[in-house]
Design a protein around this ligand. Sequence first.
Ligand code: KIV
Length: 274
Amino acid sequence: MSATARKTSPLPDDIRSMKGGTPIVSLTAYTTPMAQMMDGICDFVLVGDSVGMVLHGLPSTLGVTMQMMQMHGRAVARGLERSMLVIDMPFGSYEESPEQAFRNAAKLMRETGCAAVKLEGGTHMADTIAFLVARGVPVMAHIGLTPQSINTLGGYKVQGRDGTADRLRADARAVSEAGAFSVVLEKVHAGLAGEITQAIPIPTIGIGASPDCDGQILVVDDMLGLFTAFKPKFVKRFASLGEDVQAAINAYADEVRARRFPAAEHTFSDKAPG
Ligand code: KIV
């Protein structure tokens, strides 16, 4: 392992204090084995609602449920000892009222042991963020392209162009003042992402934003080349595992049909040992 590994899991306040320092490293995870590989290398691991598209074949994140987040949250928690766990609040679980948000955030924390929740929205979610933080729920905010609002945002467009920069600046200020310990900036043009990072006291975590953000996050299946249905420009593939998996499945099928697998070394004789 070449990356420096953490010895203990940070808390939300530790992540907050990384503002302006060595960039914060994070990835999504949905399963125990993947979480184990990231443990101590990522500062935090997010069980993103991207799980719906990446693992469940949904067309968007809108169909993701609390049950899905709890199940994947528990799986990832079993794989982490040295990275902080953050879980996404799914669409419909927090927008109605601060009380609804608290009830569901508390459920996620109780059931999974996560250290924090993430929710989408800026100015209009500030009261909810303040309500949660005052009651012991650390909140990571998520502004810019917020996939749960895709039907009102008008598609997966770069955010901050066409006169929307002031709204984004206000969103960043609002979530910071409400007490969020960090904020994800998704698909925000690089100049604005850098400017917001300078302007607010909490760390910005970029995805399709700017290297000037205080940290970066990617969907793990995107960066491993496992999710290949589409590839946003901001994704860098650090591996091509999808191609390797496909080649292995093809080779297995060929060998079974040709009776080359299983070979002698994979079968048992009537003599012990073996
Ligand atoms: O659901 C997710 O994976 C996310 C990241 C893209 C930030 O919210």
